[in-house]
Design a protein around this ligand. Sequence first.
Ligand SMILES: Nc1ncnc2c1ncn2[C@@H]1O[C@H](COP(=O)(O)OP(=O)(O)OP(=O)(O)O)[C@@H](O)[C@H]1O
Length: 346
Amino acid sequence: MIEIDGSYGEGGGQVLRTSLSLAAITGEAITIAGIRAKRKRPGLAAQHLTAVRAAAKICQAQLRGDTLGSMRLEFIPSSAVQPGQYTFDVTEAQQGGSAGAMTLVLQTVLLPLALTAGESQVILKGGTHVPFSPTMTYIEQVYLPMLRRMGVKATAKLRAWGWYPQGGGEMQIKVNGGGTIKGITLLERGSLHQVRGLAVVTELASHIAQRMANRTENLLRQAGLKPAIEALREKGIAPGAGVFLTAEYKNSLTGFGGFGRLRLPAEKVADIACRQLLHFHHTGAPVDEHLADQLLLPATLASGASQYRASEISSHLTTNAAIIERFGIAKITVDETEKIIAIAPV
Ligand SMILES: Nc1ncnc2c1ncn2[C@@H]1O[C@H](COP(=O)(O)OP(=O)(O)OP(=O)(O)O)[C@@H](O)[C@H]1O
């Protein structure tokens, strides 16, 4: 039994999700105490509880403490990870719905399923584009393409957009499991090939999407880039708006977004997304702050070593690294000056 201190470092949801993925993969029983202890509302929220149940489902784990608000969880896998057809819906954790980020649930089960021989199809229902988490657009255009380079065979499809606070989005992921994961070396990003963007609304007038698209196009052109921005009116259960940008460099990918909200002009949404993208562009780094923490787990599970340079080293990354090391499967070195992360499987 591995005991994890949920209050370690950032003391947020990632400590839990990384532990769940590694428990499922290694078959190790875990206890996590102090779950999300450093958050305003500690314990399991709907998204975290959905991730717990999803991870438990794929390796038939016994659970103790799997209730909303719980700060202590026992997770005891009783089988190897089983490929198959799964549906995980955040409304099962919280009646009345939630915009819990289903992309984070997806990341919890993806690598366990990718390392298991057989095909899996997972449907996830809830939030697909939620602040402070990877959006589904980021998963499709940045995270999964980077993982495919490492040998993970997975594709994803967005079926309906789910925004904060109602959620109601849906996505599907297909995994062809059983291959090996290769390490990744990403120290130079190379030249910028293209910037793509989606200016999207659901249940709102299409001129809002067009205004976001126009402003994004203008700002990025002024900065010397040649973007291709699409204005879209898409399917969703509630009003929502956002601009989601992906930059493709010779050796790497990155993505940033801006979210609409009541009384925030469409142009401001575009400004938020563009500001983040341009800031990253000027750092010259190949890997953005978020991808840097999200690559840790696949790199840990790879057959060879990995090394990459990030635009920023977040406390999120260092916390995630420490949790991974608790499982004794990799040595992770973070050079905070050069912003280089090195991962050597043990
Ligand atoms: N803009 C973004 N683009 C891509 N990924 C993001 C972005 N913002 C956050 N993320 C990722 O989302 C994850 C959030 O983890 P975190 O532990 O903060 O989440 P949580 O479980 O939602 O929250 P809490 O912090 O409330 O416990 C991290 O992997 C982070 O890299």
